[in-house]
Ligand binder design. Structure first.
Ligand SMILES: *[C@@H]1O[C@H](CO)[C@@H](O)[C@H](O)[C@H]1NC(C)=O
Ligand SMILES: *[C@@H]1O[C@H](CO)[C@@H](O)[C@H](O)[C@H]1NC(C)=O
Ligand SMILES: *[C@@H]1O[C@H](CO)[C@@H](O)[C@H](O)[C@H]1NC(C)=O
Ligand SMILES: *[C@@H]1O[C@H](CO)[C@@H](O)[C@H](O)[C@H]1NC(C)=O
Length: 257
């Protein structure tokens, strides 16, 4: 045993004698404690000495109505920073335990897991790891919310897989139709299904409107043939027809003004 391992406790009272109605703050080995007054309360703050890190509450309170400190005392454990633990990951560091100040560790995740955050961290003077310790995630996305008046199709929500959204009859899709899961996050916000509003007033049919209708019919027929050639499913065809219909309606509205 090294001689410097003898527990040392330093106490600093930064208070007038009026603090004496609180019990003596509990001593903590390998720590420095400071007592101060703050907003009608007395506060004891523990700081571990170099080479030790704090486990528990750093600050305890005591007030005029209660003589006891509100929490049990913390402890100072060996190692300047807490042992870096990354669930589902491992440390790539030869020397550890106890962790010393300024020590740098690097991390990697187990197979099937993706590292989020920094792949390295350093033990700081203030006993913290900076940058913060990373986490290892599966890369799977949370199920997206089913749009109101619509649904989605997906094989799974694993990283790289796509989810495609569809709207019910009479509704049009606003936003991205397909979202891709990328390392646990969706590529976009899920779309919404908006009601398609039919024109409320009948537009009088003029000769030029008639030819416009013929144009519409023709282009729909062309579109259907084209989609069929591309081997689209009935559902996809229906969806693209909805879009086409909307576009034509919009065009019509513009032309009639
Ligand atoms: C503090 O250290 C002393 C001496 O090693 C030991 O007897 C005592 O139990 C320690 N206190 C705590 C709370 O660990
Ligand atoms: C004093 O401390 C006790 C115990 O922590 C708490 O229940 C109480 O509300 C505190 N009183 C005041 C005036 O802060
Ligand atoms: C940490 O990540 C950087 C890129 O962000 C990379 O160049 C480096 O090789 C990684 N280090 C380790 C040990 O994985
Ligand atoms: C998901 O869609 C993207 C383009 O949007 C495509 O590059 C990728 O191959 C698709 N992934 C799967 C698994 O189908």
């Amino acid at each position: 045993m090294k001689s410097w391992l003898v527990p040392c406790i330093l106490v600093a009272w930064l208070l007038p004698a009026s603090a004496d109605h609180c019990l003596d703050p509990p001593p903590v080995n390998y720590s420095i404690l400071i007592v101060t007054a703050r907003e009608e309360r007395f506060v004891v703050t523990y700081t571990c000495i170099s080479g030790y890190h704090l486990v528990g509450k750093k600050e305890l309170f005591c007030n005029k109505t209660s003589l006891e400190w509100d929490s049990p005392a913390p402890t100072c454990l060996l190692g300047h920073c807490p042992n870096p633990v990354v669930v589902n990951g491992q440390l790539n560091s030869s020397k550890l335990e106890p962790v010393s100040e300024e020590e740098v560790v690097t991390f990697s995740c187990g197979t099937g897991y993706i590292l989020k955050g920094s792949n390295w961290s350093q033990c700081q003077k203030d006993h913290s790891w900076t940058p913060p310790l990373p986490i290892c995630i599966t890369g799977e996305c949370k199920s997206p919310q089913r749009p109101k008046n619509g649904h989605f199709k997906a094989r799974d929500f694993n990283s790289g897989s796509n989810t495609t959204f569809y709207c019910d009859d009479g509704y049009q899709l606003i936003g991205a139709q397909t979202l891709q899961c990328m390392d646990g996050e969706w590529s976009d916000e899920p779309p919404i299904c908006e009601e398609i509003l039919e024109a409320t007033t009948e537009v009088p049919v003029k000769a030029e409107k008639e030819s416009e209708r013929n144009n519409i019919c023709e282009s729909i027929q062309k579109l259907m043939q084209c989609q069929k050639d591309k081997g689209k499913t009935l559902e996809e065809l229906k969806y693209s027809l909805e879009i086409k219909k909307l576009q034509l309606e919009k065009m019509k509205a513009v032309m009639s003004t």
